[in-house]
Design a protein around this ligand. Structure first.
Ligand code: NAD
Ligand code: LMR
Length: 335
């Protein structure tokens, strides 16, 4: 048995070796509905050594609160005029800044407000932490990711391996909904969801899972619709108070954890995410979500879609033109 002193020495050695790795993560929009629970979940992630919380409102308060949690990471909050300080030395930046939908709105209706918020944050990242991995949550993701890419290109620091649109909530929903109708644990019903993050651009590949391939006819139509329009369910239920925040914080933390595991050298970390992709470039679609292997440099390998059923091919055919328009709109905004 270890003596108390020897035990402390082991504890301190393991703390300093993880601290030496230094994985500082920033949340921009940390005071919001997603930002607060996301900050909490990131505080619990052992891969995070420091947490930098920024918002134009309320981040120091959120940071003071989260900082009392007994995990090893150090938390700092930054007010509106301290964006550059918040971004110093960060390895990963997560962006949930921007307005959410109200009932009757599409994600594209958020474009006018969120496009400039995301562009300005991306410009600051390009200036202060050009090598950071950027995770975009702010909607419309199909357009905000191209906005970030174009802003980084303008600054001469764009690396497609380090930019991700977070589509994990679609993956989380698909697993949950498929688990619900098949009475299975969602761990067994993981579905690859490809395309983009809004309505018809969300394409679940149910046929590629043992539980999903059995779903046919009306049940198939229903679950596809529920995965594509799951966000609307929450917007409607919140009745004007915003959109998904808690499930999104969970999904954002889940994706951040996958990326951090890849960055730390873990092999075989594969998950769908919206990245600059060659898969449909010949059809003018520059960004696309598909299974991506994450590694020490970010995007390591973009995996092909695999075999599709005629139904999935039809969903994909409907996705492509919408996605193309959303991407072009984002690019045009920066140009
Ligand atoms: P919210 O209004 O509760 O919070 C947004 C936060 O952003 C606020 O605290 C606000 O002060 C802050 N903010 C605004 N401008 C900022 C700026 N320039 N710099 C830093 N912070 C700024 O909204 P929410 O519910 O947290 O949603 C945020 C965004 O995430 C929305 O655009 C929403 O549509 C999107 N969203 C995306 C997904 C997804 O799957 N990718 C899921 C849910 C929500
Ligand atoms: C979601 O899918 O829940 C988010 O994109 C938020 C929204 O506006 O639906």
């Amino acid at each position: 048995m270890l003596s108390r002193t020897a035990f402390r020495a082991v504890q301190s050695r393991s703390f300093s070796s993880s601290a030496a790795r230094q994985t500082k993560v920033a949340v921009l929009g940390a005071g919001g509905g997603i930002g607060q629970p996301l900050s909490l979940l990131l505080k619990l992630d052992p891969h995070v050594t420091a947490l930098s919380l920024y918002d134009i409102r309320g981040a120091p308060g959120v940071a003071a609160d989260v900082s009392h949690i007994d995990s090893a990471s150090h938390v700092t909050g930054y007010p509106a005029d301290k964006l550059d300080e918040a971004l110093k030395d960060v390895k990963v930046v997560v962006i949930p800044a921007g307005v959410p939908r109200k009932p009757g709105m599409t994600r594209d209706d958020l474009f006018n407000t969120n496009a400039s918020i995301v562009r300005d944050l991306a410009a600051a990242i390009a200036r202060v932490s050009p090598e950071a991995h950027i995770l975009v949550i702010s909607n419309p993701v199909n357009s905000t990711v191209p906005i970030v890419a174009e802003t980084l290109k303008k600054a001469g620091v764009f690396d497609p391996r380090r930019l991700f649109g977070v589509t994990t909530l679609d993956v989380v929903r698909a697993a949950r909904f498929l688990g619900e109708i098949t009475n299975a644990d969602p761990k067994e019903t993981v579905v690859t969801v490809v395309g983009g993050h809004s309505g018809a651009t969300i394409v679940p590949l149910l046929s590629q899972t043992p539980f999903g391939k059995a779903i046919k006819g009306e049940a198939y139509e229903k679950i596809v619709h529920r995965i594509q329009y799951g966000g609307d369910e929450v917007v409607k239920a919140k009745d004007g108070a915003g959109s998904a925040t808690l499930s999104m914080a969970y999904a954002g933390a889940k994706f951040a954890n996958a990326l951090l595991r890849g960055l730390s050298g873990e092999k075989g970390v594969v998950t769908p995410t919206f990245v600059k992709s060659p898969l449909f470039e010949d059809q003018g679609v520059e960004f696309f979500s598909s299974d991506v292997e994450l590694g020490v440099n970010g995007v390591e390998n973009i995996l092909p879609l695999g075999n599709l059923t005629p139904e999935e091919q039809a969903l994909l055919d409907a996705c492509i033109p919408d996605l193309k328009k959303n991407i072009e709109k984002g690019k045009a905004f920066v140009a």
